[in-house]
Write a protein that binds this ligand. Structure first.
Ligand SMILES: Cc1cc2nc3c(=O)[nH]c(=O)nc-3n(C[C@H](O)[C@H](O)[C@H](O)COP(=O)(O)OP(=O)(O)OC[C@H]3O[C@@H](n4cnc5c(N)ncnc54)[C@H](O)[C@@H]3O)c2cc1C
Length: 264
């Protein structure tokens, strides 16, 4: 990865991504000393141009959640195909991935059989803090651009920065950005100390992706036509921000995780 290699992470299937324990139908069958994969995944970012990836598949139909395992796979493997899906995101392109009698060596299994979802959630929870920090970083950049633009752009003879309507948009964004930073720090500290940070990870992911959407939207508005022009990064951030309320678990699923903890 340090050398710029990309990797992919294939959980989501046409049957759904919010609830992988129920939705995963891709099968991995033990045949002699090999594993044979059959099934389909959707929206798999970078599956077409990665050095390797991780795939979740069912190794037992009867065991439910404990019947899911994960495997490491190299894209050149026969029986593996990845076809780009066009979305509003133009970086880290997602793919429709098909496994047709795709043979993997016996040691492609990661961890033990049936441990797949525990490994996935462990990784996803830890990844939610850097993911949230990326949301925050882009939101801060958009906010700075909006402040700079408001200072130098005048309408009706007065700079935008002197209009209360604009000041309040920027003030609200400032409050949300500061709150967001603390939420991410709090969760990351907990995870660093080895404590259970599942709820904090959901709080950070939910809040940072929603703040990103609101802050970028305000920055686009303050920039007027330039906000949606390809000359500036704002329109791209606006599109990516929309994806971030769905990818890595939709907002509703994170609200569900937080609410479950409240009623435990
Ligand atoms: C650009 C992009 C890149 C992606 N990259 C990857 C990747 O690399 N690897 C990967 O595995 N997946 C990837 N995904 C898939 C992503 O993780 C899923 O789209 C996401 O988990 C939601 O799954 P779904 O699309 O099947 O929606 P569904 O699971 O069908 O859910 C649809 C909607 O229902 C609502 N919903 C779901 N559950 C609940 C609930 N309990 N309560 C209330 N409302 C609910 C939410 O609004 C949700 O958006 C990517 C998606 C996109 C758009």
């Amino acid at each position: 990865m340090r050398e710029g290699w990309r990797t992919f992470f294939a959980i989501t299937e046409p049957s759904g991504g919010s609830d992988p324990a129920g939705a995963i139908q891709t099968r991995a069958e033990r045949r002699g000393d090999k594993w044979v994969l059959n099934g389909r995944k959707v929206f798999i970012s970078n599956a077409h141009n990665s050095k390797w990836g991780i795939v979740w598949a069912r190794t037992s139909r009867e065991k439910g959640r404990a019947g899911i395992s994960c495997f490491i796979l190299e894209p050149g493997t026969p029986g593996f195909t990845a076809k780009n899906i066009r979305t509003i995101r133009t970086a880290s392109i997602p793919n429709d991935v098909v496994f047709e009698d795709c043979e993997l060596p016996g040691d492609a299994l990661i961890g033990t059989e049936g441990q797949g979802l525990d490994l996935a959630f462990d990784l996803l929870v830890k990844n939610r803090f850097p993911y949230s920090a990326c949301n925050l970083g882009v939101a801060v950049a958009a906010h700075r651009m909006a402040i700079a633009h408001a200072k130098q752009r005048s309408t009706f003879g007065v700079p935008l920065s002197q209009r209360q309507a604009i000041q309040w948009m920027l003030a609200d964004a400032e409050v949300e950005l500061r709150a967001c930073r603390w939420l991410i720090w709090e969760g990351a500290w907990k995870a660093d100390r080895g404590e259970d940070a599942r709820v904090e990870a959901s709080i950070a992911k939910l809040y940072s992706s929603e703040v990103l959407g609101r802050v970028v939207d305000a920055a686009v508005q303050i920039h007027g036509g330039y906000g949606v022009s390809k000359e500036f990064p704002l329109e791209r951030w606006y599109r990516e921000a929309r994806v971030r309320r769905i990818g890595e678990g939709p907002s509703e699923v994170h609200r569900m995780v937080i609410a479950r903890a409240l009623f435990r």
